[in-house]
Design a protein. Structure first.
Lengths: 159, 379, 356
């Protein structure tokens, strides 16, 4: 009697009522809205957010600047003799990142050879809005160190 | 450009036929990006349709030539920004073919897994935008609820939600975090019910059927001539899927079907994509079960230098069609030329074929079913 | 002379004026909160909360919206036809509010027309309703044409065509309860439902249901709501007749759409669902539902309001669930399916009444 069923389907609008039923059931379900800014979703552990630089760990190898796909890391360093230890060491003059262009891809973090890494993006910070455009232009090493962030992961923390 | 002989459009009338030229501009809520269509309409019937693209051109292919192979992976994310993992996979597969790198099996399984999750995510977005263009607003919110979970899983894996940068030539950069496999399995368990929910809202709905059955007919010969691939082709009855035709990664060991429907209209393409989501669920479940232990990055030289003469083309089944990378090496770490074969670029060529003779309201439905992403079309 | 300026003036001029002001105030408030209800309920259907920032549960949101719209710049396009441009929104809101004058919100009282719960009772009330509703089409046409914008005009023409073609099945489906009641007066129709002991939606089964269904679907199309809202959909090429309007004029169009919704629901409640009557009007043991502890007639008013709110919920539910019809399919539906069904319902009801 499939023709009868087909006829009834068409006249009694069963498909439309099924749709109405589905949406009605959702009225009673829990809502998925997150009330930002009172509630905030925490990004994952590996979330690639804003940078943090640790100047002491950095060995000034400039591998990060070389690996950046859009060449936005600018590093200047010079060698100097440290008066206390009587040894030559590198000092960082300039470490600027152009946040306007950065795509937070993480290749600089991957390139960094130190362990734990000296530059990392897992700071879980994504609220980078500023009122003026130039405030995001170059983020220098002082600002990179000032971000209140979490420390980088080391190799043991993976898996 | 397809033209219709406009001398006898409205039959024999006392009034002259006047066509109106409308610019379906780059900024429009229904064009999924910056697509411009120059339409000539007679009343509501479309007489001519001429797509104008290039509003999102960013010089990606030139950018590829300026940096070494492994640094170009983030640029490939931005081609089809909705389905970044398959773009990455195509590029990384091409580089591996050119340089002769071997990929360990665990990395291969992870790549298959990520590709299929990305396919589900991209089809969910397609469903959301297609439905909302036709007027049903609620599937948008339901599909985005599921898509949130997939994006969260991606975030846990590689750190980003949309522009993933999750593959490297030679293997994977990271291994799966603790508990990821369980979370993924939990999501996949509950997902087929959600597909049933979307289908309950749309598939049998008479209004949906009226808007999509018989609209946007694409004959199989025309599709093959234009180089259309993906669900557009499979909705017209041609069984061609790169995963089965030229298997890559672990697809030859996976057990799945490729849905094909024969009516060549919008409704069939909708059915193809819904069924593809279900098949992706099968593949993901198989991957999760069979995931082997082992290293995730194969042996590779410190500097990835291409051979002096060599070119390679590697294609992958992206959610939108076949995406391919043609890489030419010249002995340096940078590619000499990298040409992208974007599926949406070829799919959009058949838009005039499908739309001429229909109404403007059908144009909206057809743009939705073509599932274009302008990032790919314009690169 | 004394008579003219004494009681008669009071009964026939002052009291109706007060009632009109009260009715319009209540309906305007209801419209404003219907916009909020729509956003909240649509949100709930879509597993999200609607507006909830402006007040608890977003209760002050409509006031914020009105304040925003009042503060916008009043733009009249350069070559628009000014008188028509200004008149069009009024012609959309006006008829909807005028129909309110004949709709009975509550029972007539035995002491005469002053303390009845309706503004007036014309004995051709139904005819008045249908006639005035047709004036609403002028507003759309004028608005679309006066904007000096070819897309607006097309949108306006489409809207007007849709409204006119759905008025026919709507009118015919209203004949069915008319046949059941035997009088054109709206108060008389509700009293007939009380006398016959059942709501007309259950009468002459299944033709009461069929007539109600046709009336409701035609009503959804009349007020340009989903699934029939192609003329004003945002993802279409033509944004509709209200493209060029901004600020308070646009608010008036918007208000007119919701006022239309409310008035169509009110007429449906009166004709099919028993107006101010409780669910089973003649079943004795359910008389506690009459809420006799409230002042006379207020209970009827509350029942009316409850039924009206159910209709508004169904409108919003439809919007959240269905895709929209294409314009030619819409016209197909109106002329090829609803009109024959309505004619059939009228013929069958007539035959039933004669033969049985």
């Amino acid at each position: 009697m499939s023709w009868a069923k087909h006829f009834l389907d068409k006249i009694m609008l069963l498909d439309l009522f099924a749709g109405l039923g589905i949406t009605f059931r959702h009225l009673l379900k829990k809502k998925v809205t997150v009330q930002y800014p009172e509630e905030r979703m925490e990004p994952a552990h590996r979330f690639r957010g804003m940078f943090r630089l640790d100047e002491e760990r950095c060995i000034k190898c400039t591998l990060c600047a070389r690996d950046c796909p859009i060449d936005i890391i600018y590093i200047d360093w010079h060698q100097e003799v440290n008066p206390e230890t009587e040894k030559k060491e590198k000092l960082l003059d300039r470490f600027d990142i152009d946040i306007q262009r950065c795509m937070f891809c993480g290749l600089c973090e991957e390139a960094c050879p130190t362990n734990p890494k000296s530059i990392w993006l897992t700071s879980k910070t994504y609220e980078l809005a500023t009122y003026e455009r130039w405030q995001n232009l170059y983020v220098d090493k002082r600002e990179l160190e000032d971000w209140r962030v979490r420390p980088a992961y080391t190799d043991e923390e993976i898996v | 450009m397809v033209e219709v002989d406009s001398s006898n459009l409205s039959g024999d009338t006392l009034f002259g036929v006047e066509e109106m030229e409308i610019n379906f501009g780059p900024q429009h809520p229904a064009t999924h990006g910056v697509l411009r269509l120059k339409l000539k309409v007679d009343g509501e019937r479309i007489v001519e349709c001429y797509p104008v693209i290039g509003y999102l051109h960013r010089g990606t292919e030139k950018l590829f030539e300026l940096h070494p192979f492994f640094q170009n992976v983030p640029h490939t994310d931005r081609l089809d920004y909705v389905a970044a993992a398959t773009n990455n996979l195509a590029y990384v597969g091409a580089v591996e073919k050119l340089l002769g790198l071997a990929v360990p099996p665990r990395a291969s399984y992870i790549r298959t897994l990520l590709s299929e999750m990305q396919r589900i995510s991209s089809h969910l977005l397609w469903l959301a935008t297609h439905a909302i263009d036709i007027g049903a607003m609620t599937p948008f919110f339901y599909t985005f609820r599921e898509r949130e979970i997939i994006l969260d899983l991606f975030e846990e894996y590689c750190g980003a939600r949309l522009t993933l940068n999750c593959m490297r030539p030679g293997g994977q950069p990271y291994d799966l975090p603790v508990g990821w496999v369980e979370r993924c399995a939990e999501f996949i368990e509950g997902f087929p019910e959600k597909i049933d929910e979307y289908e309950g809202l749309l598939t049998e709905n008479r209004i949906w059927k009226k808007r999509t059955v018989g609209i946007g007919i694409l004959a199989p010969e025309v599709a093959l001539e234009y180089g259309v691939t993906g669900p557009m082709l499979r909705g017209s009855g041609i069984q061609l899927d790169v995963r089965k035709a030229l298997p890559y990664e672990m697809y030859d060991q996976m057990d799945f079907d490729v849905p094909v429907f024969y009516n060549c209209d919008t409704y069939d393409r909708y059915l193809v994509r819904m069924e593809e989501m279900r098949q992706s669920v099968r593949i993901v479940q198989q991957c999760l079960e069979e995931l082997p232990e082992g290293p995730i990055m194969g042996k590779r030289p410190r500097v990835l230098k291409a051979p002096k003469e060599g070119d390679v083309y590697h294609a992958v089944e992206a959610p939108k069609g076949e995406i391919g990378f043609y890489l030419v090496g010249n002995g340096t770490p940078n590619p000499h030329r990298c040409r992208v074969r974007p599926p949406s670029f070829y799919n959009i060529q058949v838009l005039p074929e499908m739309v001429v003779g229909g109404l403007i309201a059908d144009l909206i439905a057809v743009i939705g079913t073509t599932d274009i992403v302008l990032g790919e079309v314009d690169r | 002379m004394v008579d003219f300026f004494g009681e008669t003036l009071f009964a026939y001029a002052v009291v109706p004026l007060v009632k009109i002001i009260a009715a319009i105030a209540v309906v305007l408030g209801l419209i404003a909160y219907t916009t909020l209800a729509e956003r909240k309920i649509l949100g709930f259907l879509q597993v999200r909360t609607g507006p909830n920032r402006v007040g608890p549960w977003g209760l002050i949101q409509p006031i914020a919206d009105v304040a925003k719209l009042l503060g916008k710049e009043d733009v009249i396009p350069n070559r628009a036809v000014k008188w028509a441009y200004v008149l069009a929104p009024c012609l959309v809101v006006g008829p909807a509010l005028i129909i309110l004058s004949v709709i009975p919100f509550g029972p007539p009282s035995s002491e005469g027309p002053v303390s009845s719960w309706f503004i007036t009772d014309v004995n051709v009330g139904l005819l008045l309703v249908v006639a005035i509703a047709s004036i609403g089409v002028y507003g759309l046409l004028l608005g679309g044409w006066a904007s000096n914008n070819k897309f607006s005009m097309l949108g306006g023409l489409r809207s007007a065509a849709q409204m006119i073609s759905y008025e026919v099945p709507q009118g015919f489906s209203l004949v069915v309860p008319l046949l059941m009641a035997g009088t054109l007066s709206l108060v008389g129709i509700v009293e007939a439902q009380l006398a016959q002991g059942r709501w007309f939606i259950f009468g002459f089964f299944p033709f009461g249901f069929l007539a109600f269904f046709i009336y409701f679907v035609a009503g959804v199309a009349e007020s340009n709501r989903n699934p029939f809202d192609l003329p004003e959909a945002e993802s279409e090429l033509v944004a509709g007749f209200h493209t060029e309007y901004s600020g308070m004029r646009f608010a008036l169009f918007f208000l007119g759409e919701y006022a239309n919704m409310i008035v169509i629901s009110a007429v449906a409640v009166t004709m099919f669902l028993g107006g101010w009557l409780r669910p089973f009007p003649n079943v004795g043991w359910l008389s506690f539902l009459d809420l006799a502890f409230l002042p006379a007639g207020l209970a009827g008013c509350l029942w009316f309001l409850v039924k009206l709110l159910v209709f508004l919920f169904v409108y919003i539910w439809f919007r959240g669930t269905f895709p929209r019809y294409r314009f030619d399919q819409l016209m197909d539906l109106g002329w090829k399916w609803l009109l024959p069904a309505a004619l059939m319902a009228v013929a069958a009801t007539g035959l039933w009444k004669i033969l049985i």
